[in-house]
Design a protein around this ligand. Structure first.
Ligand SMILES: Cc1ncc(C[n+]2csc(CCOP(=O)(O)OP(=O)(O)O)c2C)c(N)n1
Ligand SMILES: [Mg+2]
Length: 321
């Protein structure tokens, strides 16, 4: 599938933004200034971006506890996200959500989610609404290998198939649920699970933007054309611990060094576009520079912005329809 120059540049920028956002959070979290928990998506960028490249604001996504990448790929404002993570009033949820509950309904971003397996049921509702309203939208749930064993996920696969919903279940398989290897915790095969619920299964290398983009075109195209749900199994790896501050004693530091050297979606993207002369290296360098400045600005602003007032506590807790 031919990808336009504009989409390639936008996709590289989104991946670079996620990477820099996360690497910077890793540094800032260690200072103790950020409240709550932070789970970094670093290393998994091509998945969110390769998939969201096929979505518009009419489409809906549900995310996970590791949700910053999904938010950025769906277009949530980086400054507002950073402020949200710092718990500031200028955050996209006015400082009430924090890292694990960033949401922007105006962009079809239903939210990061502290409940493992919480996204799949949400997108059944969203997909049903797309179907009944005939707005052409699809709903996509990102969920992990750990979440793939939750009853909520399995029930959602069933319901989506029974109702033939325009839904895509994106299994982001990073090999671990906290410290437990997916090879230990997941019985049978994910393909068999999809087939058991009567839906097509596609899989791809989640560290290769082009592979994800191709597989997502197939999966999202299928769901959008009214043929029902799809499971998309994306193989990837996270570069940091399960959460910031975790000891990560279940894998060797040299395994992570190797991942960074061999499974870097940004490096992979640069190599692939260079080999086909699709984009000049200088264009990518300019994006790197602009993103660095954007993240610096977002952090400075988030640090300087005010906290919510006590009187804000009960405001905007529920959305009015
Ligand atoms: C219902 C529920 N059970 C357990 C937890 C605790 N918990 C948080 S993240 C996590 C592991 C999730 O693993 P996976 O779905 O593979 O996502 P990953 O962290 O690898 O991105 C668990 C068990 C939770 N938040 N919610
Ligand atoms: Mg996992």
């Amino acid at each position: 599938m031919q990808i336009s120059h504009d989409i390639l540049l936008r996709s590289y920028r989104a991946m670079r933004t996620i990477r820099d956002f996360e690497e910077r959070l890793h540094v800032e979290f260690a200072t103790g200034e950020i409240p709550g928990f932070v789970h970094l998506y670093c290393g998994e960028e091509a998945s969110a971006v390769g998939i969201c490249a096929h979505l518009s604001e009419t489409d809906t996504i549900a995310s996970t506890h590791r949700g910053h990448g999904h938010c950025i790929a769906k277009g949530v404002a980086v400054e507002g996200m950073m402020a949200e993570i710092y718990g500031k009033k200028s955050g996209v949820c006015e400082g009430k959500g924090g890292s694990m509950h960033i949401a922007d309904l105006s962009l079809g971003m239903l939210g990061a989610n502290g409940i493992v397996g919480g996204g799949p049921p949400l997108i059944c509702g969203a997909a049903l609404s797309h179907k009944l309203l005939k707005d052409g939208g699809v709903a996509v749930a990102f969920y992990g290998d750990g979440a793939s064993n939750e009853g909520t996920t399995l029930e959602s696969l069933n319901l989506a198939s029974v109702w033939s919903l325009p839904a895509v279940f994106v299994l982001e398989d990073n090999g671990y649920g906290e410290a437990t290897a997916s090879s230990y915790a997941c019985a049978g095969s994910q393909r068999a699970r999809a087939e058991g619920f009567g839906m097509p299964y596609v899989e791809c290398d989640g560290t290769d933007f082009f592979a994800v983009h191709q597989a997502a075109a197939e999966a999202i195209g299928h769901a959008r054309s009214g043929k029902g749900p799809v499971m998309m199994h994306v193989h990837l790896a996270r570069w940091y611990g399960h959460f910031e501050g975790e000891a990560a004693s279940y894998r060797r530091p040299e395994d992570v060094v190797r991942l960074r050297a061999e499974k870097d979606c940004l490096k992979n993207f640069r190599e692939q576009v260079a080999s086909t002369s699709m984009i000049e290296a200088a264009e990518l360098d300019a994006i790197d520079k602009a993103v660095r400045a954007e993240i610096d600005q977002a952090v400075s602003k988030a640090k300087a912005d005010p906290m919510p007032e006590a009187a804000d506590l009960l405001e905007n807790v529920y959305v009015s329809y």
